[in-house]
Write a protein that binds this ligand. Structure first.
Ligand code: SF4
Length: 416
């Protein structure tokens, strides 16, 4: 039988989805003859070598902030290799703008959660079938593009969070979906409003496997709002949360558990003293990632955050009282933000620094799939840039805020 190959670009900026997607492929027995390669850096030479030994699919997880790099790479590959390789793209940008991917040289775009449709697509590739019959796969002959919420949601318990055969492990996704609809965020569009939790027994199963097979000794979690674990996303389920933390910290070989810190965050109104005191007994993280986003109640309301700045400040004080260093997410340049409001948000970052907290700064980006996708990109005035630069130099501000101003502009101009 002819050997088929998958090359999955494992660029560090799309690494979170990689472990789960390759995990879904390597545990699908129908694909056991597929050879899988996941290089961090792709080269035409590597793809050529693969094509010479059998039919090859090249896969990208396409985030909206990475399109410039990926489209340039795909153009180069097409120029060198023509149509001898099948190029597919999934991820946030593919879900929101599938036709754009096809225009840029991709053969297929995978819409929504990839754990079900990507293995199906690869099975079609290995068996000479047309993958556009798969719900969620769009190609040149497709008549319409579905949207993620109309596709079958993935049952997290039925899917591996890691690719253990290839030793690709990362933060374990414990919750998917978010019932809130903050207008700057594309999570509700991508994963829907219905919250799905990976059960404690399944999380423990995979972590034990990761300890045994990959030498895993510390773990992080992925969740849109870590303190909502176990419920439907709108309340803290203290017993379920403690059950999870007790179980994962009890796994032999796991020395440190990081929960509620980057890459997860927590919504301010979920932060209470009893919950943080409980967490403190289990977790190793010194920081707690809290989403505040703005100091302006007017903007918090307009963006649909459903909490006030005061609730944010209360959460920050509570975190400090419980021995956590709050890392506070702030977005500068939100649609309709006045210069006064921008400066007030930056003043707040200075106040946070005095309190002992840090800021994780972002410049507003009109992310495809978000309610704000057609808004103007965020922009900083010179004084704001200077003040944020000063906080950065003092290590009181982290995040990609300075690069995001350019990324936001690129995103906005790519629409036209
Ligand atoms: S910002 Fe957080 S709470 Fe708001 S919609 Fe996105 S994931 Fe949900």
């Amino acid at each position: 039988m002819e050997s088929h190959h998958l090359i999955f670009n494992a660029h560090p900026l799309s690494r979170y989805s990689l472990a789960a997607l390759i995990g879904a492929i390597e545990t699908d027995h129908r694909l056991s003859n597929l050879s899988i390669d996941a290089p961090i850096k792709l080269s035409v030479k590597r793809i050529l070598k693969s094509v010479a030994s059998g039919p090859t699919v090249l896969a990208y997880s396409v985030m909206s902030t990475q399109t410039k790099r990926i489209y340039k790479e795909v153009r180069g590959i097409r120029e060198s290799l023509g149509n001898s390789v099948i190029i597919i793209g999934g991820g946030a940008h593919a879900s929101a703008r599938p036709m754009e991917l096809l225009e840029k040289g991709f053969d297929y775009a995978v819409i929504g959660e990839g754990e079900l449709s990507l293995p199906e697509l690869l099975w079609c590739f290995m068996n000479d079938k047309d993958p556009t019959s798969i719900p969620g796969v769009v190609g040149e002959t497709s008549r319409k593009c579905p949207i993620p919420r109309d596709l079958e949601p993935v049952d997290l318990d039925a899917q591996p969070p890691f690719a253990l055969r290839m030793n690709i492990v990362g933060p374990i996704e414990v919750t998917r979906g978010c019932p809130f609809s903050c207008k700057f965020c594309c999570t509700p569009f991508l994963t829907g409003g219905r919250v799905r939790n990976r059960s404690v027994s399944v999380i423990v199963h995979w972590l034990k496997q990761a300890v045994e097979r990959s030498g895993f000794d510390r773990t992080w979690f992925l969740s849109p709002n870590a303190l909502s674990y176990g419920g439907r996303g709108r309340t803290v389920e203290a017993d379920r949360l403690e059950e999870l933390l007790r179980a994962v910290t009890g796994i032999a070989g796991i020395d440190e558990v990081f929960f509620g810190s980057f890459p997860s965050e927590v919504r301010p109104e979920f932060v209470t003293k009893p919950i943080l005191e409980m967490m403190r007994q289990y977790v190793a993280n010194k920081s707690l990632q809290i989403g505040l986003q703005s100091s302006s109640d007017r903007l918090l309301k307009q963006t649909n955050r459903h909490h006030t700045a005061e609730e944010g400040m209360k959460a920050i004080s509570t975190a400090l009282d419980c021995g956590f260093i709050p890392h506070v997410d702030m977005i500068f340049g939100l649609p309709g933000e006045t210069t006064k409001e921008l400066h007030e948000s930056i003043d707040l970052c200075y106040s946070l620094a005095e309190m002992g907290a840090k800021t994780h700064g972002h410049v507003f980006m009109p992310l495809p799939g978000s309610a704000y996708q057609n808004e103007e990109p965020g922009k900083l005035d010179p004084e704001s840039r200077r003040l944020l630069g000063e906080l950065s130099r003092k290590k009181l501000l982290t995040g990609s805020w300075s690069a995001q101003e350019d990324m936001a502009r690129d995103l906005s101009s790519s629409k036209s």
